[in-house]
Design a protein around this ligand. Structure first.
Ligand SMILES: *Cc1c(COP(=O)(O)O)cnc(C)c1O
Length: 396
């Protein structure tokens, strides 16, 4: 950094950088935002796949990974998929989303949430977020639907577009659970299927229960940057065995089980998680409790380091929730938005990888014309949120 740049840097950027450096110590630079940690049986299990030639779309690690996920999340069934987006796509289909429907999603989410809606031939309908959970604002959504939609023979219809609104998809932003109970009430009242995009929230609990229970089906992701990783991967969670069977069928080319015949009864998908990836997942599941402890310790360190700072605060888990603290997050005070770029500049220049939140999906070219409510809070959060290094190994 030149002297000039340092001179012009906001006090907040300087102070924040010092405090982050205190948390992260003087170790290796750069400190990645979130890197995977392989300190368990990864080599052993992956080698077993290669030694036995069970590397592809079926194998014992797939079955074991599914059972362990279901057990951990306390759901009856989990179906592993090739990634989280594919899981969400199938969840939406199973929830009854059809071409030409609208699906309510937050404008403040990763692009995959909207893309999965489009894969169904449906259209995202963007809703606003709230400051406490960083997730959908149930009261605002209820008011919006009461005003702009009507129930017609048990179907929620957008009065402006005439399209059916068929589902509601909350996400648990950076692992912080959304207000699931209130959102489930809104979904019931307006006849929407609730589907949780739980991609970021393995190990997060709402009112004592793991997330992924409030809708009929929900989606997880095991991408390289998530709390545990299979390289790429995802899963569908459900308490309904019939939906689980349908999920398995749809994600495995809709093949009718038979020892040699190729018979398929509908257009299915090749969304299977390879056994190689599931082997990685099984090794990661063994370490998940330790990763979650580490993330919680890191979150505590950040919170304590930021105490009393004027201009920004650490985002804590919402009341009555346990967050997995997938990505630790700072929130600038309203009015400090113009300092965001300087903070990103200063921290990244010092080798501490920080990132702003996603651009609101409602502003992306392919989603610019989609229906939406007023997105005031999401727009404010977009300019105030900063993710800081959160790898599970940082506090192991
Ligand atoms: C990561 C993520 C996904 C997609 O998961 P992939 O495994 O990358 O396809 C979907 N939604 C949200 C909110 C995510 O963070």
């Amino acid at each position: 950094m030149t002297n000039d740049a340092a001179h012009n840097m906001s006090e907040l950027a300087v102070e924040l950088l010092q405090r982050l450096q205190r948390v992260l110590g003087s170790g290796r630079r750069p400190v990645p935002l979130h890197e995977p940690c392989f300190r368990g049986n990864e080599w052993v299990y992956v080698k077993e796949c290669i030694d036995t030639a069970w590397v592809s779309s079926v194998g014992k690690f797939v079955d074991r990974f599914e059972q362990e996920l279901a057990g951990f999340a306390g759901v009856r069934r989990a179906v592993a998929t090739v990634n989280g987006t594919a899981a969400l796509h199938i969840c939406l289909k199973l929830a009854g989303v059809e071409p030409n429907d609208e699906v309510i999603i937050p404008a403040l989410t990763f692009v995959a949430t909207a893309n999965a809606v489009c894969y169904c031939g449906a259209m995202p309908h963007f809703a606003d977020s709230e400051e406490v959970t960083l997730g959908l604002d149930p009261a605002k959504l209820d008011q919006w639907l009461a005003k702009s939609a009507r129930l017609q023979e048990g179907v929620c219809v957008n009065q402006q577009t005439g399209r059916r609104i068929s589902a509601l998809v909350p996400i648990h932003t950076f692992g912080h659970p959304s207000r699931l109970e209130a959102l489930a009430d809104v979904a019931r009242k307006h006849q929407l299927a609730l589907v949780e995009d739980a991609a970021e929230s393995l190990g997060s609990y709402y009112q004592g229960r793991h997330v992924g229970h409030w809708g009929k089906v929900s989606a997880l992701s095991f991408n390289g940057n998530k709390t545990i990783t299979t390289g790429g991967g995802g899963a569908i969670l459900t308490n309904d065995p019939n939906l689980a069977d349908m999920a398995k069928h749809l994600t495995t080319t809709a093949k009718i089980p038979h020892r040699w015949k190729y018979e398929h009864d509908q257009v299915g998908y090749n969304y299977r998680l390879p056994n190689l990836n599931a082997a990685l997942g099984c090794a990661q599941m063994e370490q998940l409790p330790a990763f979650l402890d580490s993330k919680r310790r890191l979150a505590t360190k950040y919170r304590e380091a930021l105490e009393g700072l004027d201009g920004a605060r650490f985002v804590q888990e919402p009341p009555d929730c346990v967050s997995n603290y997938w990505l630790c997050t700072l929130l600038l005070q309203p009015g400090r938005e113009q300092e965001l770029d300087q903070i990103l500049e200063a921290t990244n220049a010092a080798g501490i990888m920080t990132r702003p939140v996603w651009a609101l999906l409602s502003s992306l070219p392919m989603y610019r014309d989609c229906p939406r409510m007023n997105l005031e809070c999401a727009a404010s959060l977009e300019r105030r949120l900063i993710n800081v290094p959160s790898s599970p190994a940082l506090c192991l």
